[in-house]
Design a protein around this ligand. Structure first.
Ligand code: ADP
Ligand code: ASP
Ligand code: MG
Length: 458
């Protein structure tokens, strides 16, 4: 038997109906393969755990009712789908977890603050609870704790994976692979002191990819609530359609530029091992979905062909320019390291001879301007650079496909199409792999830009 890793997102473990579908899918696939199931928290629960912490921090006693409601949601789920003889012990486990969670919230309430570590502990309950629930509805499933083998360290206030240690611990934990294993997605632990950490929002996809890559799975299946990876977010573009086959590099580009369907770091480990990814719909399992592999059948090289569109909102553009910009020592390196050290994520950077544009999230904009101002105050004072400029409330639109040498032609074509719709991009950017073109527009124009580009190119 070969091994498959199946990841089910919050949308697939949110309700009695969806978790019953999950059970059916796993049991069907287990007829032919060994299966590792990776689950997210019940749909919406991570947001609610965070919102409840915010209430406690703000001394809003309504947080107590939130905890009770979350606990009841798990109890109701157990009543509806877990076999009667397993209900009592599972409810005891769930209640013990909620007692620990309540202690955490009351500390947050008393201290009116929550550290990075405390918040990581708070959000970890979502996947702990959902994975135990899932393990109890699948006959013969063995629950394994991802915190024991997925290890991280904290750098610049972010948890980053310790690849070698994780690989070693994972092999030890799976020396003999059970026929069906259930693991919590998202959660991990610190490589030094073992406190609970996580792989970032949406990180259950990454948990599944790490397991698939290290254990040499035959496939990674991402089960979600849409018919595969589509030409655009179907919630935004009604005509979006399934991309039946796509390459890792196109998928990476669409995800890096905002396609939420797969968490971006997920693609690297499986791509390195050339393990195919299938994106499937839990609610429409008979649909073929999407297969992501190394290379897809080549098109004639002269033809422009497009794979999909993605977009990010709440984006800011910072601009660094000045009469003697080239004379500022180590400019690019200093920009990148000053922001990285402070934990500001640069989504992408675009530079020309006389200016550098940095694209960051709106939420990070004011801090980023402050850090850059401090870093370059001498250059600004002596007139080499203008003060750092910033423009917020923008959005990006990215078109991915085989663009290669046709960038200039394509850019003209895009400009013409957008001009007819009265959309005027603020900047254009060619992706580093030359398979994407990104434009930045005013946020109110993003829907029109997506509509017209989808119609024109996809
Ligand atoms: P899950 O809970 O399964 O992890 P997510 O909400 O993280 O689900 O991802 C699935 C969602 O991603 C879809 O419901 C869809 O709205 C959104 N999405 C964004 N871009 C795309 C795309 N190109 N193809 C499919 N879905 C997309
Ligand atoms: N539950 C986590 C989140 O909502 C991780 C995940 O769903 O992948 O971000
Ligand atoms: Mg997701």
């Amino acid at each position: 038997m070969s091994l498959k890793v199946l990841k089910f997102g919050g949308t697939s473990v949110g309700t009695v109906e969806s978790i019953s579908l999950l059970k059916g899918i796993v049991e069907h696939e287990a007829q032919t393969d060994d299966i590792i199931v990776v689950v997210s928290a019940l749909g919406g629960l991570t947001d609610r755990l965070i919102a409840t912490a915010d209430m406690a921090k703000g001394r809003d006693e309504a947080y107590l009712a939130e905890v009770t409601a979350m606990q009841k949601r798990h109890h109701d789920m157990i009543d509806a789908i877990v076999a009667p003889h397993r209900q009592e012990s599972l409810k005891q486990y769930i209640d013990a977890q909620f007692a620990d969670l309540s202690d955490l919230y009351s500390t947050i309430y008393n201290e009116q603050r929550a550290s990075l570590e405390t918040m990581a502990a708070v959000v970890s309950f979502g996947e702990l609870l959902s994975s135990n629930l899932t393990a109890n509805i699948i006959e013969g499933a063995v629950w394994k704790d991802s915190r024991e083998f997925i290890k991280t360290e904290t750098r610049h206030s972010r948890f980053t994976i310790c690849e070698d240690l994780t690989a070693q611990l994972l092999h030890d934990a799976f020396l003999s692979v059970p026929h069906i294993t259930v693991c919590p997605g998202f959660i991990s632990s610190d490589c030094h002191d073992g406190h609970v950490t996580n792989l970032g929002r949406g990180g259950s996809d990454f948990t599944a990819a790490i397991l698939a890559a290290e254990l040499g799975a035959e496939a990674l299946e991402i089960w979600t609530d849409v018919d595969g990876f589509m030409t655009a977010d179907p919630r935004i573009i009604a005509e979006a359609h399934t991309i039946v086959d796509m390459s890792y590099s196109d998928a990476m580009e669409l995800c890096n530029y905002g396609a939420k369907v797969i968490y971006p770091p997920t693609l690297y480990p499986v791509c390195q091992k050339k393990i195919p990814i299938y994106v499937k719909n839990t609610f429409h399992a008979s649909h073929c979905g999407t297969r992501i592999v190394n290379k897809i059948a080549a098109l004639p090289s002269s033809r422009l062909s497009f794979c999909g569109l993605s977009s990010m909102k709440e984006i800011s553009v910072l601009s660094i320019k000045g009469p003697e910009m080239q004379g500022v020592y180590g400019l690019h390196r200093r920009i990148a390291s000053c922001l990285l050290e402070k934990g500001v994520e640069i989504l992408f950077m675009d530079s020309s001879d006389d200016s550098i544009s940095l694209i960051v999230r709106d939420a990070a904009c004011a801090d980023a301007v402050g850090y850059l101002h401090d870093e370059f105050q001498n250059a600004v004072r002596n007139g080499r650079l203008h003060p750092i400029g910033a423009r917020s409330g923008l959005a990006t639109v990215t078109l991915v496909g085989s663009i290669a040498d046709s960038y200039d032609i394509l850019r003209e074509r895009i400009s013409a199409v957008l001009a007819r719709a009265e959309v005027n991009p603020i900047l254009y950017h060619l992706g580093s792999e030359h398979n994407s073109i990104t434009l930045v527009v005013e946020k109110p124009q993003v829907q029109t830009a997506l509509n017209v580009l989808h119609r024109e190119f996809l």
